[in-house]
Design a protein around this ligand. Structure first.
Ligand SMILES: Nc1nc2c(ncn2[C@@H]2O[C@H](COP(=O)(O)OP(=O)(O)OP(=O)(O)O)[C@@H](O)[C@H]2O)c(=O)[nH]1
Length: 346
């Protein structure tokens, strides 16, 4: 690479579980302005669903496996970035002008920049880009109270976008704006239209930006809390597991069960995501639950392959796969008139 070749920015989309990162990534990839982007997705849990949800929009997306980019898999992130560069060099993938990394909802994006700058190969080709953090208007107050990483995500943001503003009252929104001001007054705020129709501005840096090193952010946040650790222990008793459902699913029955589960244990069920094969429906149904809320299910046009098994992924605190499996199996047996699918968990 000669001296005039610009370094490729690595932009990070961050935000707590269910904040809308994949939704935004989908809009980004569908937009002409971002046609020349390479994508990295980091999901927490052994099996990711985001690649299935992104479908054909991001065929070349690279999935980083279980663990957070901020701790357990930093080596894997460097590796994936190097691989992208060499595939580009070999002409296996088209040239790209930027890399967009979607982190897990539990990652502290702070250390990602140093993963790039500390690596002698990467820093020759790449530079840290914009940290964009999504803040879920519906769950912000609870997430902040319970998960220190929420503040770290807000604190390191160059840009903040409030998602799900359409689901809260104006007073709640104003309170959230004020809360964000106390944590990160330096971040540029983008309005909800940035989520629907992302433009160049999404990742563009501007003179208003103040850059913090992770160390500065921590001392700045010091008065409020103990800084999050950059090791797997900050995940604490959070766990993730996947249920595979073999056979068609009785949608009404599953919906009632899930509502009851979230109603009772919502604060400990951080995230539920699913792709379901619903009885009598040829199209997959995508399901999202975030703490106490279930978002309206979405129909996807078609299954991406012949594999039509339903999958539900849970990220929980202190609730294990056996308990959830047993609860679902018992409920379906008792309530549904249809044969119950076989439930496997991993
Ligand atoms: N009403 C509303 N729903 C939204 C908005 N943004 C995202 N959602 C919904 O929130 C749910 C979760 O969105 P995702 O994009 O999967 O969230 P995520 O941050 O990628 O989730 P994780 O990968 O689990 O951390 C989906 O049902 C989205 O349709 C928004 O601004 N308004």
């Amino acid at each position: 690479m000669n001296e005039t070749t610009p370094l490729v920015p690595v932009h990070v989309i961050s935000g707590f579980l269910g904040a809308g990162k994949t939704t935004l990534l989908k809009s980004v990839l569908a937009s002409e302005a971002f046609g020349d982007s390479a994508v990295l997705i980091n999901e927490f849990g052994d099996v990711g669903l985001d690649d299935r949800l992104l479908g054909e929009i991001a065929e070349d997306a690279v999935l980083l496996s279980s663990g957070c980019v901020c701790c357990t898999i930093r080596g894997e992130l460097s590796e994936a970035l190097r691989r992208l560069l060499s595939r580009r060099q070999d002409g296996e993938i088209p040239a790209f002008k930027r890399i967009v990394l979607e982190t897990t909802g539990l990652a502290d994006p702070g250390p990602i920049a140093s993963t790039i700058t500390a690596d002698p190969v990467l820093r020759h080709h790449l530079r840290p880009g914009t940290n964009l953090t999504l803040v879920d208007a519906l769950n912000a107050v609870d997430s902040r109270a319970q998960h220190p990483v929420w503040e770290a995500q807000v604190a390191v943001a160059d840009k903040l976008v409030i998602s799900k503003a359409d689901l809260v009252e104006e007073d709640t929104l104003a309170g959230l704006e004020a809360m964000l001001d106390t944590i990160n007054p330096a971040a540029q705020r983008l309005g909800a239209e940035a989520l629907r129709q992302p433009s160049d501005e999404l990742f563009a840096s501007g003179p208003h930006l103040q850059r913090f090193t992770p160390g500065q952010v921590k001392s700045w946040l010091g008065p409020w809390r103990k800084p999050p650790q950059h090791d797997p222990e900050h995940l604490g008793d959070i766990r993730s597991f996947r249920l595979g459902l073999e056979g068609e699913v009785d949608w009404t029955c599953l919906g009632i069960w899930l509502s009851m589960l979230l109603n009772r244990h919502g604060s400990d069920i951080l995230r539920v995501k699913g792709v379901l094969h619903v009885q009598g429906d040829d199209r997959p149904v995508v399901l999202h639950g975030v703490q106490h809320t279930i978002h309206p299910p979405e129909h996807v046009e078609a299954w991406p392959s012949d594999d039509r098994r339903s999958e539900l992924i849970f990220i929980t605190r202190d609730i294990d796969a056996e308990r959830v499996t047993q609860s679902l199996a018992t409920f379906m047996d008792k309530v549904s008139d249809h044969p119950s699918p076989r439930i496997l968990h991993a």
